[in-house]
Design a protein around this ligand. Sequence first.
Ligand code: 4AD
Ligand code: MG
Length: 445
Amino acid sequence: MSNIVSIQNIANYVDQQITIQGWLYAKTGKGKLQFLQVRDGTGTVQAVMFKPNLPEEIFEAGKRLTQESALVVTGVVKQNERAPGVPGGYELDVSELQTVQVAAEYPISPKEHGVEFLLDNRHLWVRSRLQWALLRIRATVMRACRDWLDSHGYLEMSTPILTPAAGEGTSTLFEVDYFGEQLYLAQTGQLYNEANIYSFGKVYCFGPTFRAEKSKTRRHLTEFWMIEPEMAYFTLDDLMAMEEEFVSYVVQRTLEERANELKVLERDTSALERVVPPFPRISYDEALDKLAKIRAETDDPELKELLQIEWGQDFGSPHETELTKLYDRPIFVYGYPSVCKAFYMEPWPGRPEVCKSVDMLAPEGYGEITGGSERISDPDLLLKRIHEEKLPAEAFTWYMDLRRYGSVPHSGFGLGVERTVAWIAGTHHVREAISFPRTLGRVYP
Ligand code: 4AD
Ligand code: MG
C-alpha cells in the first residue's frame, strides 16, 4: 500500500501519490467526472475521479458509494485554489479506490434537521463538519489548559468522583447509593486539592463534574468538565493575574492551532485576538452601579425588567451579558456577596458580607467561564461558615484538619470546559461543546 497520509498534512504532499483512509462525506458529479468529498478525521479533501483515467470497475465502484461509506483512496495530490475541504485548496486525482463498506442510507443529510433529531443521533452527528470542528477545538482547549499548567509548575492530581460531602451547595447534588451509604457525585475536586496543595504547592485536577441542574439553559449541563487549579500562598490578586495569563494562552493557542476549524465555524477571530491581559477588574458593587446605569438609559422595558437586581442577588445571564458588552475582552467580577457564593470563601476584610470571590465573564454573552476565590484559612471561621450553611460538619472533619496543620492563604478556581469552548468556537449552546451531552431531560445516546 502506498503512503497513508492524514488530510491535515496534505500540503506536504503536492504532486506525490498518497493514500487516505476515510469515509465519504458527500458526492457530486456527472458523466465522466465524480467528486468525492472524503473525510478521514483530520480534514476533508475532494477526490476527483475522471473516467478516462480509471479502470471501469473503479469508476463504477465510486459511483455506487453512498454517504458515509468507508473507503480507502489513492491518488496524486494537486493544488487547486478552488477545491473545497478542510484545509481546502488541494485535491486528489484518484488512481485507486477500495470500498471498505457501503453505508446504509444515512439519516443525517445536508438538509436542515431539528436539534432534537440531531441530538437523538448524536452518535452520528459528531461526524458533521461543524461538530467535528467544535470537538477538535475542544481537544485543543483541553490540551492548552494542561500545557500551560504543566509548564508553570502545577502538578495534576486526580480527585474522587464519589464524595461524602457537598462542595458547591446542596441543591444540585446527585445522590449515589454506595452499599447503603449515601454519597454524591462530585460537583468539584476543589476541596481535595486544598489538601493536595499542602504536599505539592500548586496543583490542578481535570475531570467530569456533576450538578443536578434543574434549569434548561444554553449554559448548563448536568455533567460537565472542569479544570481546577489550586495554589498555596495565593491571594485574590495573585489568582486574577494567573487566570488572565492562563485563559489568554488557551485562546491564543487555539487561534494558532485551530485556524481551519474556526474558519469552518465562521468564528470572528478578531474578537479572540483581543483576548490578552490585563482583563478589566470590576467589583460586584461597581457592577451593580453599571447595571443601574444601563437600566436608567435603556428605552427597552423588557431589558429594564430583566436587569432588575438587589444587592445580595447573584447575576443572571442578562446581567452578565450587559456587563460584558461594555468591554472587548473577558472581565473579572470580584467581591460578590457571601450569600450567593460557597461556604469556603474568605470574607473581605472589614466587610464580612462580601467574600474574596472572582468570576471571569466571557464576552459576547457567554457568561461565567471561571469561578474561584481565596479560601478561608482560619479554622474557627470555617467551622462557623459550615454551621451557618447547615452543612454536616462530620463530613468536613478532614477538611477542617487542613486549617490546623500549616494553614496558609490559598486560592483557586474552576474553568468550565464546555462554556469556554462554546465561547471560543462561537457556538450558541454548551451541549455542542461536548461529544455526548447530559442535560435535564437527555441522557441518550
Ligand atoms: O463557579 P463554580 O460552581 O465553581 C466551583 O465549582 C469551584 N469549586 C471551582 C474552584 O474554585 N475550584 O463552577 C466553575 C465553573 C463555572 O464558572 C462554569 O464555567 C462551569 O464551572 N460550570 C458549568 N458548566 C456547565 N454546566 C454547568 N451546570 C456548570 N456549572 C458550573
Ligand atoms: Mg460560579
